[in-house]
Design a protein around this ligand. Structure first.
Ligand SMILES: [Zn+2]
Length: 355
């Protein structure tokens, strides 16, 4: 297994520190591509939200999630990887590039990815087999794999997955002729940014916020956890995740935003967090900025009203549900929530007792 170098002072993988910028306005971006915004969010949350939507509508949404993830991951990779690299990979085969993908994936918390088998004879029975231990999300990872095949091979793939052990899945991608033209880009959400002064102390070794010491990287397993609490987090592009919620809304109707908020709220109150755990998250402002979720400018907390004003918001539906869940867990009562996302990406959320 290729080794991953880490900062001696704070333990963050070197290439993550080199490629990622935690800005003082509560956002995280890639150094080489500042328009690509990332977040570090609790990964169990992601599939729990998809599962919550499925429970509410009584049908599987996996095909929509995989398909929109494929489109967004394709869009991202296709623009990031130079054409000459695509040609080289197509010629020399997938194994070398997979080793690199596996390494990047492990340092982002995607799980331990292994290429099991590949047959590319440009016949109908061509396939690629992947094993992943501790996947960050099954449908999102399926979308990632099909997008990567499409970028490097030019053909599309149909993917199936099977659980082979408690934490291990095998995925088989069967190559098929390309039927949709993905050159047409998805409608990405574009963020507007305001300046900010979150005021991180920085690691003298690599420049990332010292707060990120709270991330524990298990680079063999591809698992990142955050302390205290030890919840698993994953580094992921926020606009790509928002594009999935938009696709779900387009396919299933305008009920989707409320279902995302409800699924998130239920996830928070359903045992993932404890009341003590929330009060331990004393510095909510730093917590949000460390995850790249925006700059918390105002917060009022009482049983009558929990109100926040957040600049540079992203993934606002998840955040609204998170706050409502935190309120319900803290005060042990049902609530109602109102929120507004301005065109300048300022999010105002107000949670009050139900009634
Ligand atoms: Zn460091």
């Amino acid at each position: 297994m290729a080794s991953i170098k880490v900062c001696e002072k704070c333990g963050i993988p070197r290439h993550v520190a080199k490629q990622t910028v935690w800005r003082d306005n509560g956002t995280i971006c890639q150094r080489r591509n500042p328009d690509h915004r990332s977040v570090l969010i609790e990964s169990e949350n992601i599939d729990a939200i998809f599962g919550g939507i499925e429970d509410a509508i009584g049908a599987s949404i996996e095909h929509i999630v995989v398909e929109s993830r494929r489109r967004s991951a394709y869009d991202y990779l296709d623009h990031m990887v130079p054409d000459v690299v695509k040609k080289i990979v197509n010629k020399v085969g997938f194994r070398p590039v997979f080793r690199r993908v596996s390494k990047i994936g492990r340092s982002l918390g995607y799980g331990d990815i292994e290429l099991v088998d590949v047959r590319r004879k440009y016949r109908e029975d061509d396939y690629l087999g992947v094993r992943i231990r501790d996947p960050y999300s099954i449908p999102l990872f399926c979308g990632d794999i099909t997008a990567a095949i499409e970028v490097f091979d030019g053909r599309q793939a149909r993917i199936t997955h099977e659980k082979v052990a408690a934490d291990t899945y095998e995925m088989t991608a069967r190559f098929i002729a390309r039927s949709t033209d993905l050159k047409e880009r998805l409608a990405w959400r574009e963020y507007t940014y305001k300046e900010g002064n979150v005021g991180f102390e920085r690691c003298p070794g690599c420049g990332v916020p010292l707060e990120s010491e709270r991330f524990m990287f298990n680079l063999n397993k591809g698992i990142i956890t955050i302390m205290p609490g030890g919840h698993r987090v994953v580094g992921i592009g926020s606009a790509a995740l928002e594009a999935i919620f938009s696709e779900l809304e387009r396919e299933l109707g305008e009920i989707i935003p409320q279902l995302v908020i409800d699924a998130q709220r239920r996830f928070v109150t359903g045992g993932y967090y404890t009341r003590q755990g929330i009060s331990a998250q004393f510095d909510f402002r730093k917590q949000l900025a460390l995850r790249g979720l925006g700059n918390l400018c105002e917060i009022e907390v009482s049983e009558e009203l929990l109100r926040i004003r957040l600049e540079n918001a992203c993934l606002h539906l998840m955040l609204v549900g998170l706050l409502q869940g935190f309120y319900e867990l803290t005060y042990d009562r049902e609530s109602e929530v109102e929120w507004e996302l301005g065109e300048d990406d300022v999010l105002v959320v107000e949670v009050r007792p139900a009634g």
